[in-house]
Structure formats: C-alpha cells, structure tokens
Design a protein around this ligand. Sequence first.
Ligand SMILES: *[C@@H]1O[C@H](CO)[C@@H](O)[C@H](O)[C@H]1NC(C)=O
Ligand SMILES: *[C@@H]1O[C@H](CO)[C@@H](O)[C@H](O)[C@H]1NC(C)=O
Ligand SMILES: *[C@@H]1O[C@H](CO)[C@@H](O)[C@H](O)[C@H]1NC(C)=O
Ligand SMILES: *[C@@H]1O[C@H](CO)[C@@H](O)[C@H](O)[C@H]1NC(C)=O
Length: 188
Amino acid sequence: MKYGTITLFVFTLPLLVVTNSNTPIKDPYGIDDRLEIVHLYLDQWPTGVAVSESGRIFSCFPAANDELNSNNGTNNVFQVAELTGFDTETAYPNETYNNPPGGCVNFSGPFPRTKGLSDYLLSVPTVAFDQNDVLYLLDNGRCIYNGVRLEASPGGPKLVSVDLNTDSIIRSSSSPRMSSRLNRSWVT
Ligand SMILES: *[C@@H]1O[C@H](CO)[C@@H](O)[C@H](O)[C@H]1NC(C)=O
Ligand SMILES: *[C@@H]1O[C@H](CO)[C@@H](O)[C@H](O)[C@H]1NC(C)=O
Ligand SMILES: *[C@@H]1O[C@H](CO)[C@@H](O)[C@H](O)[C@H]1NC(C)=O
Ligand SMILES: *[C@@H]1O[C@H](CO)[C@@H](O)[C@H](O)[C@H]1NC(C)=O
C-alpha cells in the first residue's frame, strides 16, 4: 500500500479508516494526519476488514454480536460485504448467500435456534486472506433474536473459502470439533 498507511479502527465514531483511496481524506479529528478515511460505515457495524493484494476491501458484520446484523428474512442484512464505494457496501459473494430464506432463526422446535444452514451465511465475525489471496469467511452459525444469542445448529458453523477471480465459493467445510468451538466462542 502507498503512503505507509496506518490502520485505525474508530469505534466511537461512525467511520473506519482502513487504507488510502485515490483522493485521500485526511484525518478530520486531529489524531494523526497520516491517517486517511477510506470508508464510512453508515448502516451495519463491522468487526473485521480484509484487503486483497489488488486492493479489494471486505468487511464482516456478525449477527451473533449485534441483533441489527441478524437476518430476519426481510431486512436484507448481510454477513460479508465488499466495500464498493466510499459509503456503499455490496453483499458478498452475493445477496442470496447472505439471505437465509425466512431469516436466521428456526422457530419450529421447542425453542428458537439458529438455522443449521450450510449453504448460507449466518454470522461471520472474521474475514481474512491467505498468502494466495484466497478469502476466508468464518461463520459461527449463531444469531440474535429478541435480545437472545441463539445456539448454533449442526451445519451452520463453517469455514468458507472464496475465489476472488470468480467471486464464488471454493470450499465450505465444517467439523463437529470446529462447530462446537465456534458455538461456545462466538466472537472470533
Ligand atoms: C425484520 O426487520 C425489519 C427491520 O428492522 C422490520 O421492519 C421487519 O418487520 C422485520 N421482519 C420480521 C419478519 O421480523
Ligand atoms: C428447524 O428445526 C426443526 C425442529 O427442531 C428441525 O427438524 C429442522 O431441521 C430445523 N431446520 C433448520 C434449517 O435448521
Ligand atoms: C451448540 O450448543 C447447544 C447447547 O449446548 C447444542 O444444543 C447445539 O447442538 C450446539 N451446536 C453445535 C453446532 O454444536
Ligand atoms: C451465490 O453464491 C453462492 C456461493 O458461491 C452460489 O452457490 C450461488 O449460486 C450464488 N447465487 C447467485 C444468485 O449468484
């Protein structure tokens, strides 16, 4: 990256400085004028940022951390987005994969549970790249309903790898051990 940019997460303010853009906006808060504002998060709150070799930027917005990130079937909220403009985000790899049909909650048992969907994102707290520029999405399979963080159901927790060239899934994997860990430790 150019300019020796510093990464800064400003959680008390409605913005996040990640890297530089073509027309850098310098730090308006007087913290450090080497900082540049790259993206304004105006709706969903992120917990992670990952930048590809080519400069594409992705964020995750985990349902298990914030009910406003929990998909209810009509609110169209996403777990992963590509930052496609200064204050715009596009569901990634697509809207369908981010919209479990009818939302993330399964009401058909004795008590509400997060759906055990392996083909949809439920709650992604982490996005990261490997050395080959493959994007990884970690889904803990949990979401929040009525203020309660619901347990994951088998099938929901998964690690998904995405090919940036085709914007499609390379592999989605899960194991009982990983699921159980993600079920207990939902933050990362
Ligand atoms: C889902 O959330 C949206 C936005 O908060 C709300 O307008 C809508 O009524 C909710 N839908 C359901 C089915 O709860
Ligand atoms: C929803 O819950 C019912 C009853 O527990 C179960 O049979 C079904 O498989 C669950 N569906 C999903 C998508 O998790
Ligand atoms: C998560 O924990 C709950 C409660 O212990 C359990 O019923 C559920 O099956 C677990 N889910 C997974 C995916 O391990
Ligand atoms: C969305 O992405 C998923 C995972 O790559 C893929 O299976 C599905 O076909 C895509 N759907 C659309 C409508 O592009």
